[in-house]
Design a protein around this ligand. Structure first.
Ligand code: PSU
Ligand code: MN
Length: 305
């Protein structure tokens, strides 16, 4: 376990790590920017419960008052959920100033991976990851999440990527960077709200044990970087592709019309999609996160065996 001077590991998380017990990291951008209050807090607490029920210790990650936190209290989760967009979205490039100024930060996939690795946590569950945006061939908008997967040794379990991204280019980027893309029980990349996308994953694996074994092999060979596990949304919560794709197209058109760019793009698109689809997309979003949390806990348990 790392004793980084900027890092606070919650006592429960520290104890689990010291005893070689399974731990699952969770991100906080999904809390502050990904869902409205109070559903965000309710979901974050439920995710922690699901991880416990599946035999692992949850470590929700964020930056509070400039301290990197692996493991949050209920009050800290409530604080991040209530402050919402007033909490700075923290990706890799944001860390130095947020920490030196003693600010709060909601950690993206990239930053959650960084802090998880510092703490010695190998498995991380979330909803969706950032990737190569549509039109990136001119905007160069490519999420720092992909570079992090290339260099930081943490497994990310997600429900694939939303088609606010160019899924084909996102897969090309991950291939170039040597990041294995695994489908859990599927050969096709799930597209977050839907179970299919038309794009193939690299490998289909069918059990948490197989996923853990592949990651163990990667770690043991000293191959740097993470692994992306894509877990399709349960059938009963998946959305009609026509409905969700129409909402995504509309959101992208609106973002372009308003000249949205940089770190605002992803939160803008996610919020717009929610407005257009009403509560349906939020309900699906919550369920797929629960589904990923359960798989992550089982995989973390298999990894420490
Ligand atoms: N995609 C989603 N939901 C999310 C995010 C992305 O479907 O909540 C969040 C995650 O925290 C992710 C971040 O790491 O947005 C990516 O932002 P950007 O594209 O600006 O790198
Ligand atoms: Mn971006």
């Amino acid at each position: 376990m790392n004793m980084n001077a900027y890092l606070d590991i919650a006592p429960e998380v520290r104890q689990a790590l010291e005893q070689g017990k399974p731990v699952v990291a969770l991100e906080s951008t999904i809390i502050s920017h990904g869902m409205p209050y109070p559903q965000n807090v309710e979901t974050a607490l439920n995710v922690e419960r699901i991880i416990r029920e599946n035999g692992a210790t949850p470590a929700t990650i964020a930056i509070i008052g400039g301290r990197l936190k692996a493991g949050l209290s209920r009050d800290e989760i409530e604080h991040l959920g209530k402050k919402g967009y007033d909490v700075t979205k923290a990706s890799r490039r944001d860390l130095p100033v947020i920490v030196s100024k003693g600010m709060d930060g909601a950690t993206t996939v990239a930053t959650t991976m960084i802090i998880a690795e510092m703490a010695g946590i190998r498995i991380f569950a979330t909803g969706g990851i950032g990737g190569v945006h549509r039109g990136a061939e001119t905007t160069m908008d490519i999420s720092a999440d992909l570079e992090e997967l290339a260099q930081t040794g943490v497994m990310v379990i997600c429900a694939g990527a939303k088609s606010i991204l160019d899924l084909g280019l996102t897969l090309e980027y991950l291939e170039t960077k040597g990041v294995p893309v695994i489908g859990y029980g599927t050969s096709e990349l799930p597209a977050f709200y839907t179970r299919t996308s038309g794009f193939a994953v690299d490998y289909r694996l069918d059990t948490p044990e197989e996923i853990a074994a592949a990651f163990r092999a990667k770690l043991d060979m000293g191959l740097k970087g993470g692994m992306l596990v894509t877990n399709p949304i349960p059938e009963e919560y998946s959305m009609d592709p026509a409905v969700i794709n129409r909402a995504i197209d509309e959101a992208i058109a609106e973002a372009n019309a308003q000249g949205i760019h940089g770190k605002q793009t992803t939160p803008f698109l996610l919020a717009k999609i929610k407005d257009i689809t009403g509560g349906d997309s939020l309900a699906s979003n919550i369920q797929l996160v629960y589904n990923n949390a359960a798989l992550a806990a089982k995989t973390a348990a298999a990894l420490v065996r």
